[in-house]
Ligand binder design. Structure first.
Ligand code: 13P
Length: 269
């Protein structure tokens, strides 16, 4: 069944995996159902264009709706209010409005608009402050992006979202040097706002650091690149070993499942 974000992260940390392929989607549903563990399946605005809204409407939503396992369908990194509205209309049960590259006042104003719309539709809202960059930004000095405690407090007073993504030494994509997660900052922010925090850029962060982050307030851990890498590795492996497409596809799914199960400990399975 499809549920909202708040209902699954209220007292338990949850993994949020990005759907970027049909193989990934199938594995994620199978893992959720097999272990009866609620998963957050998310699709970024960019990948929604690639996979198509029809794919989500006609395949993803009915499949998750029919399941007896709770799944959250979360729109990841929507950059505009219009994209959020389209996502809600499509059937997403949770949305992220990402105004992190805008001025703080603009981010607050647009997040407030998103909150008004989402509340009417019973949809959860995640926002971001500080900016979680990516290796592709070519910015190695991640300290410049750190979310400050004061910013987080002000933002939550004015735009009280259900979950807040913070920049705490994390980055999207493949890390070019080992990430140094600021556990102290996560703890300070969580103490100041008392709301679930979201860790973006989970790929490449050691599991022990993720677990420490969970202990101090992170409730949603985003993993995208790792599943894309698993797809590619599976395709290479499968093509090397097999002649038939369905066999290659099976190998791809095996690799993705292995990547997902690497987070077994966090998923409590
Ligand atoms: P990675 O691709 O670095 O795992 O980050 C995923 C993410 O944060 C999606 O919002």
């Amino acid at each position: 069944m499809l549920v909202d974000l708040v209902s699954v992260i209220d007292d338990t940390p949850r993994m949020a995996f990005n759907i970027t392929s049909i193989e990934g989607f199938r594995v994620l549903v199978e893992v959720g159902e097999k272990y009866q563990v609620p998963l957050i399946l998310q699709i970024s605005e960019r990948y929604l264009k690639d996979l198509t809204p029809e794919f989500v409407k006609e395949l993803v939503i009915p499949k998750l709706d029919r399941s007896t396992t709770p799944f959250v369908l979360h729109l990841d990194h929507a950059g505009t209010v219009e994209a959020v509205m389209a996502g809600i209309q499509l059937g997403f049960t949770s949305v992220m409005f990402d105004g992190s590259t805008r001025q703080m006042s603009e981010n607050i104003r647009l997040t407030q608009e998103v909150l008004q719309i989402s509340r009417l539709a019973n949809v959860s809202v995640e926002a971001e402050i500080g900016h979680v960059g990516g290796a592709e930004d070519g910015d190695e000095d991640r300290d410049t992006y750190l979310t400050s405690v004061d910013e987080a407090r002000e933002f939550m007073e004015k735009a009280p979202v259900d979950a807040l993504a913070v920049a705490v030494g994390n980055a999207h994509g493949l890390y070019t040097k080992a990430p140094k997660l600021r556990i102290d900052r996560i703890a300070e922010i969580h103490k100041a706002i008392g709301k679930p925090l979201v860790l973006h850029g989970g790929t490449g962060i050691p599991l022990s650091d993720i677990i420490q982050a969970i202990h101090v307030g992170v409730k949603k851990i985003n993993i995208g690149t790792e599943l894309k890498q698993a797809w590619l590795a599976g395709a290479r492996d499968g093509i090397g070993k097999h002649k038939e497409l369905d066999q290659v596809r099976t190998t791809i799914r095996e690799h993705i499942e292995q990547a997902v199960m690497g987070f077994r400990e966090v998923m409590s399975i």
